[in-house]
Design a protein around this ligand. Structure first.
Ligand SMILES: Cc1cc2nc3c(=O)[nH]c(=O)nc-3n(C[C@H](O)[C@H](O)[C@H](O)COP(=O)(O)O)c2cc1C
Length: 212
């Protein structure tokens, strides 16, 4: 079985936002899919470790801002590499960069071309992740920029990786570029448990590659 086969699947990229009471938060996902048009049903898959997952479970509502090819890496850093459990991602976010919709949940305005609002109708425990199935309640197009694919993000938005000099093996997260240098760590990468996740973007161990 070729483990790299799934890299041939095309994904888009999204800022998934939600609220619970006064608290608003969001994270980057690549897992939104439309299933049916009438009714308009979508799904998102969110890691249970993400604060956003906890908030959606409580509120049952979310917005998805569809990231386009003009997006800057800063957007990914803000929403994809830190948790709302540790920081308020909107506290120092310029007010021109987002807008609160009628459902009291923000959408992003820069680096995105459209948004969808939805209400959860069912959720499924997928082990590490929760799959939320939701009914679309609102949606609109902001501009005609091309949507960013996951492949576009890797080729054009994510900073190019710099070679790390080390006497040990160096493992690099393909998603965010986090470096695991065996020389500096107590446990060699290959001995980490299978459920270990990238400390930065929370992607699984299988998303790391050995620096050649
Ligand atoms: C390019 C990219 C794609 C990501 N895709 C997903 C995803 O599909 N599902 C998910 O749960 N997390 C995904 N993440 C990780 C979350 O965005 C990240 O763990 C975030 O810091 C969680 O924030 P929160 O704890 O405030 O919810 C992705 C991150 C990046 C950078």
């Amino acid at each position: 079985m070729n483990e790299k086969t799934m890299q041939k699947v095309t994904y888009g990229l999204y800022v998934l936002t939600t609220k619970e009471g006064e608290k608003i938060n969001g994270c980057i996902i690549n897992t939104m899919t439309q299933h049916t048009t009438t009714p308009n049903i979508i799904s998102i898959t969110v890691n249970k470790q993400n604060y956003t997952e906890e908030l959606i479970k409580k509120s049952g509502e979310f917005n998805v801002s569809i990231i386009d090819e003009t997006a800057k890496f800063d957007l990914f850093k803000r929403f994809g590499f830190q948790s709302g459990r540790d920081v308020d991602k909107f506290a120092d976010f310029d007010e021109s960069e987002y807008k609160i919709l009628e459902n009291n949940i923000p959408i992003i305005l820069k680096g995105v071309n459209s948004y969808v609002s939805a209400e959860v109708i069912e959720s499924m425990d997928m082990g590490t992740h929760t799959l939320f199935i939701a009914k679309v309640t609102d949606m609109d197009i902001i501009n005609d920029n091309n949507s960013a694919s996951y492949a576009y993000y890797h080729a054009n938005i994510k900073p190019k990786k710099e070679e790390v000099k080390s006497k040990g093996k160096v493992w690099v997260c393909k998603i965010c570029g986090y470096v695991y240098d065996d020389e500096k760590e107590a446990v060699p990468f290959e001995e980490l448990p299978d459920d270990w996740v990238c400390p930065l973007c929370k992607h699984p161990k299988s998303d790391f590659e050995l620096q050649e």
